[in-house]
Design a protein around this ligand. Sequence first.
Ligand SMILES: *[C@@H]1O[C@H](CO)[C@@H](O)[C@H](O)[C@H]1NC(C)=O
Length: 211
Amino acid sequence: MALQTIFLFSLILFASKAAAQLDFCVADLKSPATPTGYPCKNPATVTVDDFAFSSTLAVAGNTSNVFKAAVATAVVTQLPGLNGLGTAMGRVDIAVGGVIPMHTHPSGTELLLVLEGTINAGFISSANNVYSKILKKGDVFVNPRGLLHFAINAGQEPAVGIVSFSSHLPGLQPTDYALFGNNLPTQVVKATTFLDEAQIKKLKAAFGGTN
Ligand SMILES: *[C@@H]1O[C@H](CO)[C@@H](O)[C@H](O)[C@H]1NC(C)=O
């Protein structure tokens, strides 16, 4: 009986020790990211600061830019303890007349909670159906992973939203920069979008593109 008790006890001890080793995999940000995340930092060097990040999410972002909007995040590159846990968050500020332009997060679904103001949020499905709605304070909206989506201030006061993601690093690809913010030749943009050359040049100038 005593032997059985000792056996059971050591089994529980072993099981809890084994489980503890799987609790987290704090990102070793010095190593290159892999499709599933960063390699784990040596657990012996992990501290509470790997799980905390003094962010700017509690204060309004600077919206003095072409979009009249600001985005702040808490993702794995800022908060290494998020590595592999499938979550991250952010804050969006959209001034009156501002917009979070069309973009995708290739790796993560986004939940948007409106804290202040009125936001016209929407996404476009891969069947090219549009799902958009005017959101008020307290409304929550989901942008499914990988789909093009946008958010426009649809009111007369600054809008504030909190976003959460289903990825430690959801990624961000704004369509304007994909098309007009790089060295993709004007002729290629023209051939693939059917826009006229003058408009493409104008947008390349606005978004820092060349060629
Ligand atoms: C906001 O950004 C603009 C443009 O970068 C800058 O000129 C301005 O000083 C910033 N304002 C604050 C309060 O940081």
